[in-house]
Write a protein of this length. Structure first.
Length: 227
């Protein structure tokens, strides 16, 4: 997290000098985003906020699932992570093809619901079949949301600033994971694992707020282009 934070700050002071052969200098100057205004660009902030929330809500899965499983006498809890990562890999390969048939808006809505359902399911999962079902749901949902909005963070800025966009997106992920581990650690200590995963699943649904705002803004921009 420290490395990403440092690289994020450094990118704020880097000036781009490359000019695409297909674009004039005037066009590039009009698209250039100075200094901290890049951070505050609303359309870029939406993917960052969504990534922050989804990683914040997913952090107890990566951080506290092992002690949670052991407390429930699930000695094979490590299988959760094997299944989850396998599903993540498969989902990353299939998201692009899925978007050929389903819109990004619909796909991300499904992803948020799956991630929320999978995380909440852990609260009631006292056997491995339910845990593995959670691993599948979380793997698909988390991958869909993060992959689509990572691409969105690149597409909403000029090509010369995509490095900055990638760093900012990953920084949001690091902050979400770090902050989530602290918050959910306190919750699990005081209220137990069932409450922790129930609340984490519910918090995932907050993504819908920024998800709708993002696509509404994108639809408005498309309408303006047509005019």
């Amino acid at each position: 997290m420290k490395k990403r934070a440092i690289s994020f700050v450094i990118t704020l002071f880097i000036e781009e000098h490359y000019i695409s052969p297909k674009k004039t200098a005037a066009t590039e100057n009009n698209k250039k985003i100075p200094g901290l205004n890049k951070v505050l660009l609303p359309i870029m902030m939406m993917p960052m906020l969504i990534n922050f929330i989804i990683t914040f809500s997913n952090s107890p899965v990566n951080t506290f699932l092992t002690p949670c499983g052991l407390s429930r006498n699930l000695s094979q809890i490590g299988l959760y992570f094997i299944v989850n990562q396998g599903i993540c890999i498969a989902a990353r390969l299939l998201v692009g093809r899925t978007l050929e048939k389903i819109s990004k808006k619909t796909c991300t809505s499904i992803g948020i619901l799956l991630a929320a359902a999978g995380t909440s399911l852990i609260a009631a999962a006292y056997n491995m079949p339910l845990m593995l079902l959670s691993a599948v749901l979380v793997g698909i949902g988390y991958t869909i949301v993060t992959q689509i909005f990572q691409a969105e963070s690149f597409s909403c800025v000029p090509s010369s600033h995509r490095g900055f966009a990638g760093t900012a997106f990953m920084l949001a992920s690091s902050i979400g994971t770090g902050l989530g581990s602290s918050v959910w650690g306190a919750v699990s200590t005081s209220m137990g694992y069932s409450v922790t995963y129930t609340l984490a699943g519910i918090s995932t649904l907050i993504c819908f707020v920024f998800h709708r705002m993002h696509w509404r803004r994108m639809d408005t921009q498309d309408d303006d282009k047509l005019l």
